[in-house]
Design a binder for this molecule. Structure first.
Ligand code: CDT
Length: 303
């Protein structure tokens, strides 16, 4: 069977005051733990290298540029890449990407996938950007992803890597059935998802319990309905007075959670993922070729 030992490297809070070297040292510590536990692939959260800055308003759209990375690896992240290569561990890393493209500076909420030899496998830029673009005074905290990022332009691709077919999504993407299905249609076997999710929304009145339920519900349904492994990894805990949920999980193609974080701090969860387990539902209940009825799904892609 095609087994791969996967680590979900949940991160505790990162505050405004934390410098990159200290953050990278925490990532390296998690990688070393993953190495000791035999992991071949480690998934880090969304925006792993900074606090979740979209909670704050900056009058200028470039006002958060100091949280963005232009090069990956860059001078401060090289250590992480070197250590991963030395340990023979591939990784998925979320960060704020600043890039000159089409003759202008562009900002994306990005994840990259690096293989066990240190080579870049692929890049995904977040498509479902939640929140709003302007300051909303009625909120206890802002969610200004639509201000600081452009909608990603990579699409939901998959790559042949780590002995299987793998894909990436970021945070709010996990709530959308289309995210999983577009990759499911490409035979995905493992989807890596980092997230930063506040435990409360000052306007919705949802309980923490309900918000955690939705966190797991969407990833478990996405896994089952597309017969794929899903690795969902949080940046958690209290960042400058604002609390993010933990709840990192590894979900099997049956939709069952096989590993779960217990804390809101730096914590590694591990599962031995047999990619061959995807085959059963892919060839039975979710055999797309046999059972899908796309002739009735047109509204899903209509603008
Ligand atoms: N980072 C991110 O996408 N967080 C969102 C919060 C939604 S509330 C505006 C999420 O879907 O978890």
């Amino acid at each position: 069977t095609r087994r791969i030992k996967v680590g979900g490297a949940q991160m505790g809070p990162i505050t405004k005051a934390d410098g990159k070297p200290a953050i990278v040292a925490r990532l390296v510590a998690l990688l070393r733990q993953a190495g000791e536990r035999g992991c071949e692939l480690v998934v880090f959260p969304e925006l792993t290298l900074s606090t979740f800055f979209p909670r704050w308003y900056a009058p200028e759209r470039d006002g958060m540029d100091h949280y963005f990375d232009r090069a990956m690896p860059g001078p401060e992240t090289q250590l992480l890449f070197d250590e991963a290569k030395r340990l023979g561990i591939g990784f998925c890393l979320g960060y704020a990407e600043l890039v000159e493209e089409e003759g202008r500076l562009r900002r994306f909420n990005t994840s990259i996938l690096v293989d066990r030899a240190g080579a870049l496998v692929g890049k995904y830029r977040k498509i479902h950007l939640p929140g709003h673009a302007e300051y909303e005074p009625q909120r206890s905290h802002q969610h200004l992803e639509k201000r600081y990022f452009e909608v990603g332009n990579t699409g939901f691709q998959v790559w042949e890597a780590f002995g299987g077919t793998v894909g990436m999504a970021i945070c709010n993407d996990r709530r959308w059935v289309e995210t999983y299905r577009v990759m499911g249609l490409q035979n995905v076997e493992l989807i890596m998802i980092g997230y930063n999710t506040p435990v409360s929304d000052s306007l919705s009145g949802e309980t923490e319990t309900l918000r955690m339920f939705h966190n797991h519900l969407t990833m478990q349904a996405g896994a089952y309905q597309n017969s794929t492994w899903v690795v969902g990894v949080a940046k958690a805990g209290v960042e400058d007075g604002h609390r993010l949920m933990g709840g990192s999980v590894i979900v099997a193609p049956t939709g069952e959670i096989v590993a779960a974080a217990e804390t809101e701090g730096d914590e590694l969860i591990v599962a031995d993922c047999d990619l061959d387990r995807c085959e059963y539902y892919k060839s039975h209940i979710f055999n797309f070729a046999a059972h899908r009825r796309p002739e009735f799904y047109g509204r899903i892609t209509a603008q």
